[in-house]
Structures are given as C-alpha cells and as structure tokens.
Write a protein that binds this ligand. Structure first.
Ligand code: ATP
Ligand code: MG
Length: 431
C-alpha cells in the first residue's frame, strides 16, 4: 500500500507536510491567497479549454496541458502517460522536465505502482514525497530523477481511463484539496481531448476504408463495362449485323424471284425490322457501357450529345456554355469526367423535375471546372448517404461521382436546397 494516501476524486487531501509544504496560518492572508489561487485555477482551466478547441494535434494539446498544470502547481516535472489497451500498460506520450531516459523506461502495467493504480481505479494519488514511498515502482529511476512531491490524476473519457497526468516537484510539499480539484478538471479536459482525437482518428480510418472500396468499385466497374462492351461489340453486334444483312438479302431474293406469298413476306419484313431494332439497342448499350462517343466525337461534343439525348425527351431545355474551351485531358480523365456527367445528368432526369439545365466548362489557370446547374426541386445535401423515405439507402451515385473525381486528383462539390435547384461542380487539375 502507498501509505493510504491515494484519494478519491472528491475526497480529502491527507498526507504529511514535512517542510516545503504550503502552510498558511493567518486566515486573512490565507483567504486572499486562496482567492488568488482560485482565479489562477480558473484562468489555467480556461486556457486549457481553449487550447483543446483550438489545436488539432493531440501532442500539442497534451503538451500545453502539462505546461499549464506545472505552471499552476509550481512543479518542475510533468507528463502524460497513455494507456495502451492492447498490452494494458502506460507509457509517456508527452513530458516536460523529465529526462528522455526516465520517460522511456517508465512503463507500468495497469494496476501496478502509482500510475497503474490511478489508471485502474480512476482515482487520483497525491504524495508529499514519492521518494519515501516503499511500494513505488522504479524507485531508483525516481530518485535519480530527483522527484519528491508527486500527484497523478486520471484522464477520463466517457467513464474509461485513457491515461494519467503526472506532476512532480523536486521539493517535498503538501498538495491542497484545491490543487487536486483543479488537476481533476484539467484531467477531464485532457481526457475529453484524447477521447475525441481517437474517435476522430477512427472515423478518418473508416472514411479512408470506405473511399478505398469506392475506388475499387469504380475501377472494377470500368473494367467490367469494358469487357462486356467488347464482347457485345465483337460477338453479339457482329452476329446481329450479319443476321440483318442476311434477312435483307432474303427479302431481296424473294422479291427478285417473284415470290408472292403475302403472309410470309410480311413476317420476313417484320423479323428484319426487329433484327435492326435489336442491333440498334445493342449498339446503344455498347456506347453506354463504353463511351465510344468520346472516341468518335471528342469530349465536349460527347457530353453535349449525351445531355441532349437524355434530357430533351423529358422536355428539359439545356444551355451549353462550352464555347472556346479546349479540354486537354488524358483518356482516363475523359472517361471519368464523362462518367461523372452521366451520373449527374442521370440524377437530373430521375429526380430534379427541372425545366432548364446549364452545362458550363471553364478553364481556371491550371484547372478545369465543369459545372451543371438545374432549376429543379433540389434536395438536402446533408442527407446524402442516409436512408430515404422508403428506407432505401440512396446516395451512392453522388458518392461515386465524388470518388471518381478524387481518383483523378480532382474534386466534386454539390450545392442544393429543397426548392432551390442543384449545382454540381467537378474540378480537375490539368497537368
Ligand atoms: N439534381 C437533383 N435534383 C433533385 N434531387 C437530387 C438531384 N441529384 C440528386 N438528388 C437527390 O439526392 C439523392 C442521392 O443521389 P444519388 O445519385 O447519390 O443516388 P440515387 O440517384 O438515389 O441512386 P443511384 O445514383 O445510386 O442510382 C437522390 O436520391 C435524390 O433524392
Ligand atoms: Mg443517382
């Protein structure tokens, strides 16, 4: 046992005060000093709170936390040890005044020594002189480092201890109850910062994984579309073309030979017409699967053609602002941008109820901006990726559109509001 001088979060602060401690006898002086200490404490707390919200680097936040705490306590050594859930041990993450050797070697298991007990019980431990404690771990290190008065508080987040904040001074001293309350508040602030930092990190990891999957889906889709379109083009379409030609030849031969069977000739003509229609349909699917329009027309006429053929049948008027802009894009960029247009135009046809659409291409120094505006019903952009009213997950189209742009080093932004139309912009760098 550590002399029974470990204290619950709100418990009394006991312990001896063998010289060097803060002993105030005159009540007037003590009141004044207590008032000043309280206002200092508030100041330190507010400085730490604003640091937590202003800085995004965890080490920087923890570093300021240690520094401010030492300033207030009048300590010379301090640091923050974080708990590794995997190996259940605490190691120093940031420290001040302590030697590198001490910080490196001072690793303790959960439940062991002063720090291990603070972390396992969630209760602070205050010691007037740690070098006198019989059950302390690494006592040789502590003596070499010159640590005497010592305080260790837990860093908690949502009921779990994530680490401990340690402060020490080279003199024996008596920590007050106020010191402990302040350190607890600081510990809670820092625990909150660590907890949020970890949640943020986990969220980032999940987002990254999700993006990876989206990228893989896009790449796999393109590959598969290419394979199917190739097969349709080389096999199915060729066979249909031959069938159409043969049927046409049959009709001609029947006509030349004076074959007069009315019913047979009507049926043959019908079969020929059906074969022509099927062939056209297969060719449409091929060009949808692989934007051959890009090869035959070039990028700008291809998007013009695609938008017109998708939106004009729905009585949606389209204005193009593509004049004078050349788009020196790589074949990969062209395909991705064309697919992007297909997704956005598809959404307009499917969801917007728009009457007018504007498609504009602009070159902005070394970037190309493709912008599509519609004056339709709009939607709440924050709902992308959530469930819709029919409890169906939607939003994959726009997410893939965004990932597609990221895949080629660009960016895609969506602006919309219910009743106020939609604007989607793709921005890609020109090499
Ligand atoms: N131009 C638009 N006008 C109005 N609403 C739109 C428009 N574009 C998208 N939306 C809304 O945003 C939702 C998400 O679009 P997104 O393209 O991501 O998915 P989807 O079209 O529902 O399904 P998918 O594209 O995966 O087939 C749509 O369901 C629709 O409610
Ligand atoms: Mg869609």
């Amino acid at each position: 046992m550590l002399n029974g001088k470990d204290h619950p979060a709100t418990g009394d602060v006991h312990g001896k005060n063998p010289g060097g401690g803060i002993v105030l006898t005159d009540p007037a002086v003590r009141e004044k000093s207590d008032a000043r200490k309280s206002s200092d404490a508030l100041l330190i707390l507010s400085q730490i709170t604003s640091t937590v919200s202003a800085l995004s680097e965890l080490d920087a936040i923890l570093g300021v936390g240690v520094e401010k705490t030492l300033e207030f306590i009048g300590g010379s050594y301090g640091g923050i040890m974080l708990l590794d859930k995997g190996n259940q041990s605490l190691t120093y993450r940031v420290y001040k005044g302590l030697s590198d050797e001490f910080a490196r070697r001072m690793s303790v298991k959960l439940g062991e020594g002063v720090n291990g007990r603070v972390a396992s019980t969630g209760k602070a431990i205050l010691l007037d002189d740690i070098s006198e404690e019989p059950e302390v771990l690494h006592s040789d290190l502590i003596r070499t480092e010159g640590l005497r008065a010592f305080i260790s508080v837990p860093l908690r987040f949502r009921g779990a201890v994530l680490g401990v904040l340690n402060c020490a001074s080279p003199q024996v001293r008596h920590f007050t109850e106020n010191d402990m309350h302040l350190l607890h508040s600081i510990g809670d602030q820092l625990g909150f910062a660590i907890g949020h930092f970890r949640l943020h990190e986990r969220l980032q990891e999940k987002r990254e994984r999700y993006r990876d999957v989206a990228r893989q889906v896009i790449t796999a889709q393109e590959k598969e579309k290419k394979r199917i379109s190739q097969e349709l083009h080389d096999e199915t379409s060729q066979m249909l073309a031959a069938l159409t030609l043969n049927l046409k030849t049959l009709i001609e031969m029947a006509r030349i030979s004076g074959f007069k069977e009315e019913g047979f000739m009507t049926l043959l003509t019908k079969v020929h017409t059906a074969a022509v229609q099927i062939n056209n349909e297969v060719n449409r699917i091929i060009s949808d699967l692989r934007p051959t329009l890009l090869d035959s027309l070039g990028f700008i006429p291809a998007i013009r053609h695609y938008a017109e053929s998708s939106l004009s049948p729905l009585d949606i008027k389209i204005s193009f602002d593509l004049a004078g802009v050349t788009a020196p894009l790589s074949p990969e960029d062209e395909v991705n941008l064309f697919r992007w247009v297909q997704g956005i135009v598809g959404n307009i046809a499917q969801h917007s109820q728009a009457r007018h659409v504007v498609i504009a291409l602009q070159r902005k120094s070394n970037r190309l901006e493709l912008r599509i505006d519609d004056d339709g019903v709009g939607f709440d952009v924050s709902k992308i990726g959530q469930m819709n009213n029919q409890k169906r997950r939607h939003g994959l189209g726009l997410i893939i559109a965004k990932e597609r742009m990221k895949l080629i080093g660009g960016d895609c932004s969506v602006r919309s509001q219910p009743g106020k139309g939609t604007t989607v912009i793709a921005m890609i760098p020109l090499s």
